[in-house]
Design a protein around this ligand. Sequence first.
Ligand code: ZN
Ligand code: ZN
Ligand code: ZN
Length: 341
Amino acid sequence: MPHRRYNPLLRQWVLVSPQRTQRPWQGETSAAVSAAAIAYDPTCYLCPTNARMHGTHNPDYAGVFAFDNDFPALLPDEPPAGAPSGSPLLVAEPERGRCRVLCFHPNHSLTLARMSVPEIAAVVDAWAVETTAIGQLPYINHVQIFENRGAMMGASNPHPHCQIWATEHIPDEPLAELAAQQAYQEEQKSCLLCDYLAAELAQPEARLVVENEHWIALVPYWAVWPFETLVLPRRHLGDFPSLTAEERTGLAAILKAVTTRYDNLFQVSFPYTMGFHQRPTHGLSHEYMHFHAHFYPPLLRSAEIRKFMVGFEMLGQPQRDLTPETAAARLRAVAGKHYLD
Ligand SMILES: [Zn+2]
Ligand SMILES: [Zn+2]
Ligand SMILES: [Zn+2]
């Protein structure tokens, strides 16, 4: 029966309509498309030794490679104060920041799903190094690491890489989650996501996708995107630098496991936006903050048929037909070995 589910992290609701999965589909269906795999693309601005904009050449890097974005959305300079608008409803304020790009691997055709666990662990180490280095800048208070995978998600380049946007202010989404976690901590005297993890592990057949010694990946009870997942450390910790060496290797393994199952679902390089929420870097402990990753993949029923956030979703609230339990069962049911291996 139709019902709505509460997202305690954002304190919002999602409408779930499982009976609608029975409705006939007369729209487009499609077969999987496979892109030609080339290890080096002479026109790619992320491949080793190639020229980037403004004449810089990439080094002949062998592992990960990070650099300042050539077209940053944010700048480190103190901006001049703007003239007041004269209306309390026309509000702007300066925003400083840094934008970095991190290449995961020199091989142009790889993805997290096709990289080895040690190779992904090197990326996890780089995420920790970048968080510490950028977080130390006096004008930076939040470090957002995210990967846009696939043209469907607007990724401008297939070379395996992520972006790091560090800002003076905490952006709205992590700010809302921080506030919810703080309020929960004050009311319940425990951590929201530790308690959620315990509730999920009490019925692991419900929404669990994969797990290992240190990490859990599940379709959250309140998922909006069809195959959305939440990746949680079993231990309560707040950021990348807090991860032990074993937890970093474990995170690499769980990222490979999740992305492999995504690819296997429709036998395609599964598009998604993925990113990590970690505690702000302005020096306060934020003990209530539980580190995690969100995967937001758009695909619904095939390699090309995606879910659209339109209509009621734009005007009312998010809605889904496929239940999170069915989505988790389908992700559990596909092979743990990549279909191309
Ligand atoms: Zn490349
Ligand atoms: Zn916790
Ligand atoms: Zn989050």
